[in-house]
Design a protein around this ligand. Structure first.
Ligand SMILES: [Zn+2]
Length: 173
């Protein structure tokens, strides 16, 4: 019979659970948790190691943000490409949607980040349109629509922000 300390036991538990510990280690862990309630709780998964779970949560959050950011970019680019076509009116939905998504990713910074994105993406999408459809590049129109879309997006950001704020207040009460 081998006596191990709690720290040794905690080190061995993941190995035992993953089935890669030696037989001696497994036996030592089992003997230890038979008389140590703390390590037994850890072994049975009642107390997941906190730093690890927080790390995983952080990774998931980063992935969701990246996904949102890609959806945001794609949505804005798609919306901008509609500007010179009949589908342009969808932008009264797409741009506020971009503003909401922007708030989810950047919080209030979306108020200046989204217009910045639009200002950069708009000429790009117009150049693509010029190449594909041979339409003339119209700089005043680009600036005008960037301005209009920014207002739509800002409305979405402000609505998302106010809803978020209201929910937070409700939870605090
Ligand atoms: Zn112990």
């Amino acid at each position: 019979m081998v006596n191990i300390t709690c720290e040794m036991c905690m080190d061995l538990i993941p190995l035992v659970q993953d089935g890669i510990a030696s037989n001696d280690s497994c036996q030592a862990v089992r003997q230890h948790i038979a008389h140590c309630p703390d390590c037994k709780a850890l072994f049975e998964g009642e107390l997941p190691p906190i730093p690890d779970s927080q790390k995983i949560l952080g990774q998931i959050k980063r992935k969701i943000r990246l996904f949102f950011l890609m959806a945001l970019m794609f949505g804005m680019f798609f919306g901008l490409s509609l500007t010179t076509s009949q589908g342009m009116f969808y932008n009264t939905l797409i741009m506020p949607g971009a503003g909401i998504l922007g708030y989810c990713i950047f919080r209030w910074r979306a108020l200046y980040v989204i217009p910045g994105f639009l200002l950069v993406l708009h000429p790009v999408s117009n150049v693509v349109a010029v190449m594909l459809e041979g339409e003339p590049l119209n700089l005043p129109s680009i600036l005008l629509f960037t301005w209009i879309y920014s207002i739509f997006a800002l409305a979405g950001t402000i609505i998302a922000g106010l809803i978020h704020f209201a929910f937070r207040k409700e939870r605090e009460l």
